[in-house]
Design a protein around this ligand. Structure first.
Ligand code: ADP
Length: 548
């Protein structure tokens, strides 16, 4: 089961998905047009695997890790040919530097050398997770291609094995680790509503459920652009092709706020858009997460975005339907929850076999049909992720972005990360708590207003509504298209929250009527602060005086 096969003259990639005494059932990952009775099937003897090594970064792959640019050169637009194109460029030479000592006894996952893959990425060449023994020979520093032998190792069985810059790993099996660690450092996304209210830890899991047009893709793109991971794996799974094209056009021109280098130099794209074969969509999620685990094993923090996991679940449903399996809820196979859980369980902060610490954070968009969050994919995803950023149709309709609903979203990482933020800003916990309380209180008041009208509100109540307005407009709203505000550093986030909360406290302690507050406390200027003060100038926010 799970063996990779090449079908027919074209060598269409497929996988064994069922074995009966008489038959073997294959799932092929491409269009079957032109395939005829009597074609040969070549069994590879190995499960569906990905090729891991220098050359991954900056490349765009399809769901089974074929480089799309090379496919285009060989086969043209939209024609998908067989499996002949390797994932890593065989003609490129990489500057290899040995790290391990010849003669050393090495554990699985040990670092044997390194390659400067892009100016920002130092690629560690690791022993594969299933190989250990005595290093009998290691190549000297120099230029090597991925399939040139760069070392030899004597295994405990006595056999000798050759080592290359690249290695293979079956996509459906998680790469082993030495230990799993508890998350304690936030993945800074630069999005205020996420980082301050519903944070995700490095190595955490999050879901972004939302109906059509609520901003799932823009949010995923924002995270891919600005989050402080070392490597981004972006899986465009069953979404529109032009959205992937947008990523490709934009990323080379945007700078990573951490390294100042073009974002594409830390990004790996896996494109399986809606016009590409549906079965490869099922595989694309595993291809992506295996690549993410490989960089994690090198001690990097990796963030993986999957847009959208609903389309992936639909691919599961389609394959399961063809196998005539008994359908469960809404036609999805009964093993849908297991598959969703298995995917998110591959995220985590770990101690790798080689000893370094790394993480994979997994963030999946979910597109429930009709925006109904009670459908199976959303519900099961919610069970397995710890941060849940619910996109709200009403907010999106009102062009309030990000449309993450502050009362329907949650994060279970907030306690794990409170220490980190408190060290950063001792007032953070109190400000955040008070702001959240105001949002909830205002929601209750708005219900009263709907019944009794505004006249029923006291001055105190009006101040709560004003405070909520300031938090919503001055802090939560953040346009992805405003140059100074599309990314907010932690300094800017804490500074802005401080300025707003100080003003709110001053207003609540002021006996004057609410109608006088706007002028007295410069509230217009306060809500514009987010767009006028860039992250680099965040110290200005600390100097904000409510009354001037
Ligand atoms: P979905 O993927 O959920 O269908 P999109 O991510 O394509 O939705 O978003 C739809 C539109 O909403 C975008 O074209 C954009 O105009 C707007 N939008 C979404 N998020 C933001 C944001 N953070 N800032 C500004 N506009 C946004």
């Amino acid at each position: 089961m799970g063996e990779r096969v090449d079908v027919g003259k074209a060598g269409i990639v497929g996988e064994v998905i069922r074995i009966t005494p008489e038959n073997v059932v294959l799932q092929v990952y491409e269009d079957t047009a032109g395939l005829c009775v009597g074609e040969s099937v070549l069994a590879s003897g190995a499960p569906l695997s990905v090729e891991l090594g220098p050359g991954l970064v900056g490349t765009i792959y399809d769901g089974i890790q074929r480089p799309l640019e090379q496919l285009f050169h060989e086969c043209g637009n939209f024609t998908i040919c067989g499996s002949s194109i390797p994932a890593l460029d065989r003609s490129h030479s990489w500057p290899f530097e040995p790290v391990a000592e010849e003669g050393a006894e090495l554990q699985a996952g040990a670092v044997i050398g390194q390659v400067q893959e892009t100016p920002a990425i130092l690629h560690h060449i690791l022993l594969p997770p299933d190989v250990d023994g005595r290093l009998t020979w290691l190549a000297q520093a120099g230029s090597y291609k991925v399939d040139e032998v760069i070392g030899r190792i004597r295994l405990s069985s006595g056999d000798e094995r050759e080592l290359f810059l690249h290695q293979y790993w079956p996509v459906r099996r998680k790469r082993p680790v030495a230990a799993r660690l508890t998350p304690g450092v936030p993945l800074i996304t630069g999005q205020r509503v996420i980082d301050t209210f519903f944070p995700i830890a490095k190595g955490g899991t999050a879901a972004i459920p939302g109906g059509f047009g609520t901003g799932k893709t823009v949010t995923q793109h924002n995270l891919a652009k600005w989050c402080d991971a070392d490597i981004i794996v972006y899986i465009g799974c069953g979404e529109r092709g032009n959205e992937m094209a947008g990523v490709l056009m934009e990323f080379p021109h945007l700078q990573d706020p951490k390294s100042g280098r073009p974002l594409i130099e830390r990004t790996i794209l896996i494109a399986n858009t809606s016009n590409m074969p549906v079965a490869a969509r099922e595989a694309s999620i595993y291809t992506g997460i295996t690549i993410a685990e490989y960089f994690r094993d090198q001690g990097m923090d990796v963030a993986l975005m999957a847009d959208s996991t609903s389309r992936w679940a639909e691919a599961l449903r389609e394959i399961s339907g063809r196998l005539e399996e008994m359908p469960a809820e809404e036609g999805f196979p009964a093993y849908l929850p297991t598959r969703v859980a298995e995917f998110y369980e591959r995220a985590g902060r770990v101690k790798a076999l080689g000893g370094s610490e790394g993480s994979v954070s997994a963030i999946g968009a979910v597109s429930p049909p009709g925006g109904d969050f009670s459908e199976p994919v959303t519900l099961h995803t919610q069970r397995f992720v710890k941060a849940y950023w619910a996109l709200d149709k009403a907010l999106a309709n009102a062009r309030f972005f990000p449309a993450i609903h502050p009362l329907e979203s949650y994060s279970e990482y907030d306690e794990d990360l409170a220490d980190w933020w408190t060290e950063f800003d001792p007032e953070w916990l109190e400000n955040r708590h008070e702001a959240m309380h105001i949002l909830m209180e205002a929601e209750r008041l708005k219900r009263i207003v709907r019944i009794m009208g505004e006249d029923g509100l006291s001055q105190e109540h009006r101040k709560v509504l004003l405070a909520e307005y300031l938090i919503r407009e001055g802090f939560l709203q953040q346009s992805a298209f405003q140059a100074k505000d599309r990314y907010a550093s932690p300094q800017k986030q804490t500074g802005l929250l401080k300025a707003i909360m100080r003003t709110i406290r001053a207003i609540r302690g002021d006996a004057a009527p609410v109608s006088e507050m706007a002028a007295k406390y410069r509230l217009d200027a306060l809500v514009r602060l987010k767009e006028e003060v860039a992250s680099e100038d965040a110290q200005q926010l600390a100097e904000w005086e409510p009354e001037k």
